[in-house]
Design a protein around this ligand. Structure first.
Ligand SMILES: Nc1ncnc2c1ncn2[C@@H]1O[C@H](COP(=O)(O)OP(=O)(O)OP(=O)(O)O)[C@@H](O)[C@H]1O
Ligand SMILES: [Mg+2]
Length: 223
């Protein structure tokens, strides 16, 4: 089922001194049950595109549609809370909440009872290889890779249909990186979610069902 679509979207960063056309006339569509990789050089517009897909930025031109409804007309806070979980490139976690509290946070916002939220958070943390001794640590007491996995656990626990991940393996060694990628692929293939991964790692991209190539803000199709 097609869940998300970018229809001829462009995004320009405009300030007093300059204008950067970061994404130019990109169209692409995403289905549930599939994992997508967005690849391309640094500065090619991957994060900017993901920000529009995740409802963090409105396109300067064009439309992002979630289940055929333009995001512009949706309650974007509700979209981000209920439908689209974004894993950022950095600064993923609330610094004053422990690992398990970070994962529980979006569940609390949704009104999931505390005991159930705690169980779901702990299960998600275990599934990404975070141990009980780390549950109660603040992010500053975890390694970069562990912080990244807590962020992924938060997306897993949220039950969002869309998971948008910006370089989710950027801080991880090969073993943990592979583990995270297989978790993300499993969410697509076994839980019928739509997973979009921005990566510069072509081996990771090769495991996705479809690869989208960004170059100078434009999208080039690859078979
Ligand atoms: N806040 C901003 N203001 C002005 N220009 C920006 C801003 N953020 C990004 N850009 C520019 O927009 C273009 C696309 O940036 P973007 O972050 O989307 O690239 P990327 O493909 O994610 O790169 P990377 O692989 O390094 O993360 C780049 O030329 C970048 O310099
Ligand atoms: Mg980026």
């Amino acid at each position: 089922m097609e869940i998300l679509k970018a229809d001829n979207v462009s995004f320009s960063y405009i300030n007093r001194f300059q204008r950067v056309d970061a994404v130019k006339n990109v169209s692409c569509a995403f289905e549930t049950g599939k994992a997508y990789a967005i690849v391309g050089k640094s500065g090619s517009g991957k994060t900017t595109l993901l920000s529009m897909l995740g409802g963090l930025e409105n396109p300067t031109e064009g439309e992002v549609l979630f289940k055929e409804t333009p995001l512009r007309t949706l309650d974007r806070d509700a979209y981000r809370r209920d439908s689209a979980a974004v894993i950022y490139q950095s600064l993923n976690l609330f610094p004053l909440l422990t690992a398990v509290e970070n994962v529980m946070y979006p569940l609390k916002l949704k009104g999931v009872p505390a005991a159930e939220a705690k169980k779901r958070a702990e299960d998600a943390l275990r599934s990404v290889g975070i141990s009980e001794t780390q549950f109660k640590r603040l992010p500053s007491r975890l390694s970069g890779g562990e912080q990244q996995r807590v962020a992924i656990a938060r997306a897993i626990a949220s039950n969002a249909e869309l998971i948008l991940a910006d370089e989710p393996t950027g801080n991880l060694d090969i073993t943990n990186g592979d583990q995270v990628v297989s978790i993300l692929l499993r969410l697509a293939h076994e839980e019928n979610r739509c997973v979009i991964i921005v990566t510069h790692d072509l081996e990771i991209a090769a495991e996705a069902d479809e690869i989208l190539m960004m170059k100078d803000g434009m999208m080039e199709r690859e078979e």
